[in-house]
Design a protein around this ligand. Structure first.
Ligand code: ADP
Ligand code: MG
Length: 286
């Protein structure tokens, strides 16, 4: 489990793009804002096809097929052990599928990129536990997050800093932490730390955001704000949100995917999947 952001991640140089990554050159973070130039010709930002992951013969994912549209806000629900986190691990390169294909846009093969390359290409992930630097201020956390994928472009920094500063200011507004900008992150509430961590992703301008149980442990007011925030982010970003809180899911999602035993059991509006007999049996009816 990550406690603090990994130093190697912050320091690792930008890698050269794969020679077989097609037209994705701009998407691998060569000083561009993340994801610029990503080829999403057919309106699909993420494609998972026939993905299987075996752990010692046990299939955590089993022929999983899932497609996320550009700008979509997709909720993923399913019982514990359904494979939700493993799916995010596959998308972010943390776990390699035993079988199947995973594409970001039309041309980026996620199964052959490193975790760092995938982050630089424009996929941001928020883990359940906040992983902010408690001793640093809110501003410093955002500043540090912004620099991670630009280290090689130090020479451009002076030129970009006005722009970067504006970006941080705008993210601070978005996550409602402007008035706490100089507070040490350790003094924030649990919910505010979660918002700061979302902000740390946003300053990198990811095209696809993966959020694993974002409202766990939040107050009702914080949960409501998170719903508003996600609805604001959708459209400009694509979001994949794993969440157990059905009230929350109902307030944000127009499209829900139910995972069960490593495969898609049902997909549709929340009303549709809640009415699905198989879903009731394995999940909701419990
Ligand atoms: N590294 C691992 N080694 C062995 N089994 C694992 C590993 N990671 C996950 N699993 C198993 O895979 C299944 C899916 O887990 P997970 O993706 O965490 O489910 P969810 O997030 O939907 O609760 C579970 O049965 C879990 O025990
Ligand atoms: Mg999980």
């Amino acid at each position: 489990m990550r406690i603090t952001p990994t130093p190697e991640f912050m320091l690792e140089p930008v890698l050269e793009p794969n020679s077989d990554a097609g037209t994705s050159r701009d998407a691998i973070g060569l000083g561009q804002s993340a994801g610029e130039g990503l080829n999403t010709r057919h309106g699909t930002i993420l494609t998972l096809e026939d993905i299987s992951v075996s752990f010692d013969g046990f299939k955590a994912l089993n022929n999983l097929n899932l497609y996320i549209g550009v700008g979509e806000l997709r909720c993923i629900i399913g019982p514990n052990g359904a494979g939700k986190t493993t799916m995010m691990d596959v998308i972010t390169g943390k776990t390699r599928p035993t079988e199947g294909q995973a594409w970001f846009g039309e041309t980026l093969d996620l199964t052959s990129l490193s975790e760092v390359q995938i982050a630089q290409a424009g996929i941001g992930r928020k883990f359940q536990k906040p992983t902010v630097f408690e001793a640093l201020t809110v501003f410093e956390n955002l500043e540090l997050a912004q620099k991670t994928d630009k280290s090689v472009w130090a020479s451009l920094r002076a030129k970009l800093s006005g722009e970067q500063h504006d970006r941080i200011a705008s993210v601070l507004e978005t996550i409602r932490l402007t008035s706490s900008v100089n507070r040490p992150a350790g003094l924030l509430s649990h919910g505010q730390k979660q918002f700061l961590e979302i902000g740390m992703l946003l300053v990198q301008d990811p095209q696809l955001l993966l959020l694993d149980e974002p409202v766990a442990g939040m107050t009702d007011a914080e949960t409501e704000f998170t719903a508003e925030l996600f609805k604001t982010l959708a459209g400009k970003h694509s979001l994949m949100v794993v969440e157990h809180d059905m009230g929350f899911v109902g307030s944000i999602a127009d499209h829900v995917t139910v995972l069960h035993q490593g495969s898609v059991l049902a997909e549709g509006s929340l009303e549709q999947v809640q009415a699905d007999e198989r879903v009731i049996e394995v999940y909701l009816g419990r």
